[in-house]
Design a protein around this ligand. Structure first.
Ligand SMILES: [Zn+2]
Length: 753
């Protein structure tokens, strides 16, 4: 009752300013060109049809279509034929990449009893594509090094650095051991990486029912969750510490004649062998562990006591792969721009999957296709986009962003000259819109979300997002901001999908979008992610698929047609200010924590809590982190805020004549400055120890994988206790932000000429 009463009140408050068309002039448009644009967009949004989305999905997910498989090639040719049928200029671009597939996989317990893991997802009679055994990739982690090891087992929770600190306190070492970690709470490749750094010689990763199995909902095929035999395949390439894409051609396109590293020289292959297993296979291994009880929050919901080990369970793990070079087929379609053909809007989603991949990635690939069909229709009706639009169906995303990275590296020079924005999707479900991206596009994408109707809730997508965030907010302050700030904050980009090379390596302003959050799922990267699952447990009538096509298509058109690219820097400056404060707080929290622990050690807290029957090890005394000088970042953030306000005012003042031919040269110069704005946040030398990553504000964390680290040089410097480095990074970041402020200032001046 209370919640619905609050919802009514909020609706009344926001009705005047937030409804459709309340602000008729789009940012970057004149009132006249804005009306023309809105008319075309309305026509566009009427075209996408759920029945088509369903048909495309049925076709594309009909057989397994991983890199190198016959149906992967077949799908890319089918997509090419559709693009052409819809009147687009399209071709396939092929790269040659390293893609290992397993030939030997073995997990057996040799002590204290014998058990051999199945490592097999059985076909289910009710699920018609689950029996395509000849074409399915076995369960494995791609880019695990080959190995044959036998050792005592240790349970390491999620296998993230904090878990090893806890193990140390329990007096348990993983040196010479095989570890078993649960999936989730970090990207999977972090688990073997951290295990190897602590001296482990092998790694198993299992799907715990508490995380995506029976504890959450009914298991497949009666429900959406992972069953006892379901396994999450996936790449463990150490992309965050080196680079994504083909491990043999880092930084350059994997064309046939590219200079390749030898396999032994590839930096992103794991250091120890790693294999994923089901909880059916994990349970006997975990049940055979003794040693200390696992901490409360480590325990899952299998009917066993969760011990840490080491042993007495002893495990034999053997993995051997075919290390072959395989082709990837990117399907690229182009709509040439009429007025500014050298300014590009790029939109992509991958088409390869681990197996049938109806949800990942086909559920969003079908929206991309329907957008392309609708844009083809508009072209026939006389629509002429101002800028060039490029549609890309990437191959090889699953092994680690192979197709998109190789394409971006091959075309790096052209892209850095011409690409204004990249928009990515990767899978779509039922629920609210998730918005991530460059903060110069925060205002823009909020505007698009205000114009899309939610298929379930009888309100706009934007309103549903706002109200959902209010419901989930953890404090009164958060709720206040959600009600008062004109734009909802978008999340920063980490990695885990095809936008990575565009934002992190090339500095192209990027958005990553998708609907979700209403349905639980436990089929990720298994043979059960298929048409049967999707049409029973996700967006079964494809209305969110249509909403996604409407959202992205509207975004693409609005970006492609705007007189002035709709970048805005007020939200961006606000975000930079927030990041600066967050970093200062990170440091003071760390200082307080270490000071406090020091005091506890002196007081004898650990002596007092020591239980001789359950011995533990006191933490070591640590130096309190030094103070860092954040002043350069604070000054830069202020300069940014000032120039951002100036630019916004200058653009508003010019709104009425921005489409006049007399201003064409000014507008052209201005758009060049705007395209440059994300590039200014790059540094040619890249981040410390990972030069491929050049963006100073956003990067995937070295120890989180997909999850973002904002201002990564400074943040990881503090987290990893390299305080001198953090201090230097503050100066580098501040310099880039000052350059950015100067560019925005000169853009404002361009408008005032
Ligand atoms: Zn995907």
């Amino acid at each position: 009752m209370r919640r619905s009463a609050a919802v009514v009140l909020i609706l009344i408050l926001i009705v005047p300013s937030q409804l459709f068309g309340a602000d008729p002039t789009l940012a970057g448009y004149s009132p006249r060109s804005s009306q023309v644009e809105r008319d075309w967009e309305t026509k566009f949004r009427a075209i996408p049809d759920p029945a088509n989305l369903r048909e495309y999905m049925k076709r594309l997910s009909a057989r397994p279509h991983h890199v190198g498989s016959p149906y992967d090639k077949d799908n890319s040719e089918w997509i090419l034929a559709r693009f052409k049928e819809w009147g687009l200029d399209a071709h396939i671009e092929t790269f040659q990449v390293l893609f290992p597939t397993p030939k030997v996989r073995l997990v057996e317990m040799v002590e204290p009893s014998k058990f051999t893991a199945k490592l097999e997802e059985p076909a289910l009679a009710i699920d018609p594509t689950s029996n395509q055994k000849n074409e399915q990739l076995p369960t494995y982690n791609a880019y695990s090094i080959d190995g044959d090891v036998t050792a005592p087992l240790v349970f390491v929770n999620y296998g993230i650095p904090e878990d090893y600190e806890k193990l140390e306190r329990l007096g348990v070492s993983v040196k010479g051991a095989i570890v078993i970690a649960k999936y989730y709470h970090s990207w999977r490749g972090v688990k073997p990486k951290v295990a190897a750094e602590h001296g482990a010689i092998g790694c198993l990763i299992y799907s715990e029912p508490k995380d995506d199995g029976y504890t959450r909902d009914v298991v497949f095929p009666d429900g959406p969750m992972r069953n006892a035999d379901g396994v999450q395949r996936g790449s463990v390439m150490d992309f965050a510490a080196s680079s994504p894409g083909d491990p043999l051609t880092p930084g350059i396109g994997a064309t046939p004649d590219a200079k390749r590293l030898k396999l032994e020289e590839a930096k992103s292959i794991t250091k120890i062998p790693v294999l994923p297993i089901s909880y059916g296979d994990a349970q006997p291994l975990l049940a055979a562990l003794k040693g200390p009880m696992a901490p409360d929050e480590w325990r899952g919901t299998l009917p066993i006591p969760y011990h840490v080990g080491p042993g007495p369970a002893k495990v034999h793990l053997k993995i051997q792969s075919n290390w072959d070079i395989k082709p990837v087929y990117d399907v690229i379609a182009k709509i040439p721009g009429s007025t500014a053909p050298d300014e590009w809007i790029v939109r992509g989603n991958h088409h390869d999957a681990w197996v049938n991949g109806a949800e990942d990635p086909i559920s969003a690939q079908v929206s991309l296709l329907e957008e392309a069909r609708a844009l083809g229709e508009l072209l026939k009706q006389g629509w002429k986009p101002r800028r060039t639009i490029i549609y890309a169906a990437w191959d090889g995303e699953e092994p680690m962003l192979l197709g998109s990275t190789e394409w971006a590296e091959t075309h790096a020079d052209e892209l850095q000259k011409h690409a204004a924005v990249y928009i990515n999707t990767d899978g779509n479900d039922r629920g609210v819109l998730n918005m991530e991206g460059s903060h110069s596009l925060e205002q823009f994408i909020n505007g698009v979300a205000r114009d899309i109707k939610d298929p379930e809730a009888g309100m706009t997508v934007w309103q549903r997002m706002q109200l959902t965030k209010i419901a989930e907010a953890k404090s009164a302050d958060e709720r206040k901001e959600l009600r008062q700030r004109p734009d909802l904050r978008i999340d920063a980009l980490g990695s885990g999908t095809d936008f990575t090379a565009f934002i992190d390596h090339l500095g192209i302003a990027t958005l990553n979008l998708g609907y979700g959050g209403e349905d639980e799922q436990g089929i990720y990267h298994s043979i059960y992610d298929d048409f049967y699952w999707y049409t029973h447990f996700s967006d079964t009538n494809f209305v969110f698929g249509r909403a996604l096509a409407q959202t992205i298509g509207t975004s693409v058109m609005r970006l492609a047609d705007a007189d002035v690219l709709p970048f805005d820097f007020v939200d961006f400056a606000d975000t930079v200010q927030k990041y600066t404060k967050d970093l200062e707080k990170l440091l003071t929290d760390k200082q307080e924590e270490i000071r406090d622990r020091k005091q506890e050690l002196e007081e004898g807290v650990f002596k007092a809590t020591f239980d001789p029957r359950r011995p533990s090890v006191a933490p070591e005394k640590e130096e309190v982190p030094p103070h860092l000088n954040f002043a350069p970042m604070q000054n830069a953030a202020e300069a940014l805020a000032h120039s951002a306000e100036h630019y916004r005012k200058a653009l508003q003042a010019r709104q009425n004549d921005i489409d006049q031919s007399g201003l064409a040269a000014t507008v052209r110069a201005l758009n060049q400055q705007l395209i440059e704005s994300e590039r200014r946040l790059l540094n040619a030398d890249g981040l410390p120890r990972r030069p491929w990553y050049k963006h100073l504000l956003y990067a995937p964390g070295v120890y989180t994988g997909y999850e973002v680290k904002t201002v990564p040089g400074v943040r990881e410097g503090i987290e990893q206790k390299r305080y001198g480095e953090a201090d230097q990074e503050i100066v580098r970041v501040a310099k880039a932000l000052q350059d950015e402020a100067a560019l925005i200032e000169s853009a404002a001046q361009t408008l005032e000429k």
